[in-house]
Ligand binder design. Structure first.
Ligand code: SF4
Ligand code: SF4
Length: 321
């Protein structure tokens, strides 16, 4: 193993080590035995838990879930972290697993998506490609500057979050965001119902009449895990990591962030706006799949989103012949 690979592996271990804190034999502070897990089957793996009266007790891993962090910590961010995401457009085939797992993880009803996949085509003469778009967690977030009540804020770890208990639903932030990543909860959906304690780090229970968006899954990051979208993608399109540690991983491959961006000509979407996004794209050169692979099997309402692209118009034209 060369020195670079060694450094990559060490960085990856550092990034993932938080996830091991709740391993057998350790004391998981801040943990609760969740009522929602009371029907869980025993795993056989015991974890020591520090109770509120200072006693250490052993519980089965499956009966344990981490308590959501309080409002103060959720405003401050995870100490010593600066998160970044890299999306490899050459590998995306619109499998939509990122969208689906994100929706499940955030209890979002059908039709509400934090991760959206666009079909991009610059002109009739250029090749189309799939373009996953989460929130960019900008370092100069326009949404934060326009919020009149401080309900959306930028944390030390780079994450832009929304406190839905403070949000008044004015939608100024939706107008302020140049990337249209925010969505509004018009109705109280059944899927929003939950017995979980509210925390801005966990977007359940959702709050009707407020705004929400991709949150970079801070509750998972606190445990050293990848966001739902990154671990769900079968093509390994989405890398997540720490810009200060200079490391990103999709769970299988790990790269030095700076080298990946330099070697693959990584870019930020509409960087000329001065928003300084923390999501980078690797251009769709040498694409691994024809774009049709991600279009043919789609449901009609999703297909309809792409009707305006030259690629779809050409397909329809050929069908009519
Ligand atoms: S909708 Fe909520 S988060 Fe957005 S600007 Fe208004 S109060 Fe702030
Ligand atoms: S980072 Fe989390 S919230 Fe954002 S798109 Fe991925 S899964 Fe959804």
């Amino acid at each position: 193993m060369n020195e670079d690979q060694n450094q990559d592996n060490n960085s990856r271990r550092r990034f993932l080590k938080l996830g091991l804190l709740a391993g057998a034999g350790t004391v998981a502070t801040g943990a609760i035995i969740a009522t929602s897990n009371s029907q869980a089957h025993e795993s056989g793996e015991k974890i020591k838990v520090l109770t509120t009266n200072g006693e250490v007790m052993e519980v089965d891993k499956n009966y344990l879930s981490m308590a959501p962090v309080g409002i103060k910590e959720s405003h401050e961010g995870i100490p010593g972290r600066k998160f970044v995401m890299v999306i490899d457009l050459a590998k995306c085939k619109n499998a939509r697993k990122c969208v689906e797992e994100c929706q499940k993880g955030h209890n979002l009803p059908k039709g509400q998506e934090f991760m959206k996949v666009y079909l991009m085509q610059d002109s009739e003469k250029t090749a189309p490609y799939w373009f996953p778009k989460p929130c960019y967690h900008c370092d100069n977030p326009q949404c934060v500057s326009v919020c009149p009540v401080g309900a959306t804020y930028k944390r030390t770890d780079g994450i832009v979050l929304i406190d839905n208990e403070r949000c008044i639903g004015c939608k100024f932030c939706m107008t302020g965001c140049p990337y249209s990543t925010r969505i509004f909860a018009w109705n109280h959906e059944e899927a929003f119902e939950s017995d979980q304690v509210y925390s801005p780090e966990k977007s359940v229970p959702g709050v009707e009449g407020t705004v929400s968006k991709c949150d970079f899954c801070p509750d998972l990051a606190r445990e050293g895990k990848l966001p739902y979208c990154a671990s769900a993608c079968p093509m390994g399109v989405i890398y997540f990591g720490d810009i200060d540690e200079d490391v990103v991983t999709n769970g299988v491959e790990t790269y030095k962030f700076s080298e990946l961006i330099r070697d693959r000509s990584g870019y930020q979407y509409l960087e000329n706006l001065g928003t300084r996004p923390n999501v980078y794209y690797l251009p769709p050169v040498d694409r691994q799949f024809p774009v049709e692979r991600g279009y043919d099997g789609l449901e009609d309402d999703i297909k309809a989103r792409y009707d305006e692209t030259p690629f779809v118009q050409k397909l329809k034209h050929e069908e009519e012949k």
